[in-house]
Design a binder for this molecule. Sequence first.
Ligand code: SAM
Length: 329
Amino acid sequence: MIKLFQFLVFIIIQLVLLPLSIIGYVFMFVKVLLYSKKHGISATATNPLSSRWIYHIFGLRKDEATVKMISSLPFISEIGLWMMMGPAFIANRICGYMPGLANMPEPEEATFLNFLGCRTRFFDEIMEKNVDSMDQVVFMGAGFDTRAFKYCKGKNIKVFELDKESTQKCKIEALKKAGIDCEWITFVSIDFNQESWVDKLIECGFDTSGKTLFLWEGVIYYLDEDSVKQTLKAVANSSGEGSILTFDFFSKALCSRSMKYGKFISRMTDEYFKFGIDTTSDAKENVESLLNEAGLTLVELKLMGKTTKKEKPLGGLVEAVNPSRSAGF
Ligand SMILES: C[S@@+](CC[C@H](N)C(=O)[O-])C[C@H]1O[C@@H](n2cnc3c(N)ncnc32)[C@H](O)[C@@H]1O
């Protein structure tokens, strides 16, 4: 009964302030698309960034660095974000109802609208569990992730962030403008589609025998199958025993649906879903065979979304370990 009352109050406030939310959303969307297109910056990297901002303002996950950095990024308007989320925020303060976007669900409850919350929680737990026993952390396709500040700052760990040059440059400039010290992070501009990315990392001080945590969040679906496989091999062949690799994936079915229905957005952002894993049959076996082929071992797989006769998981979250250092690298 209380939940129904909360929901009704939430809907009424949302409806009254709907024009504000719509203007905020359209303004944000157009600004990101135009700026990223012009400057070659990843537009998709702004989705997890905005989500982390939302989790912070709704008190679900503290992330001061995101809040500071966001106000210095040229393509994001904090005012636009507040216009978009402000009505939901006000409604939440009045009646306690949590909107769908401020939701960090369990994997089996995840949908395409809220999977980012589920994913964020999974990777946060992996960071918390492993970071203190690592020599190095590598954020692969780091985008505008600020986990380095949340989990690695002040610790005796080497930290590397990998991404394409333009996205990385934009992030470094925003961090500096926001007064966030990032000198202790080694930024390496790479492209996973080019095999030499590991050589570049090594040139920048990466230790191939070090115990390393590799976080590859929100990236593999944008790569082709060969690049995914080569990258997995490179991780296995160039890291110490007990190193951890964690990543998320989408199902093959979702990737092909997105290619069919999301053409306009993909064309605008130049970021296409290319690689998916089949979740219609034995998803665990499919993930294991991909990892084993590269020399990695599955530790944990959490499938996102329901598995029923009709519904199949929309993707999954993976933790893998490097059981031993393969020879020949
Ligand atoms: C959806 S964003 C995720 C960013 C970040 N990991 C996060 O969760 O906030 C995808 C990121 O992968 C990067 N990326 C995509 N393809 C890449 C490639 N071939 N080489 C390097 N980085 C790539 C993009 O620049 C972008 O920052």
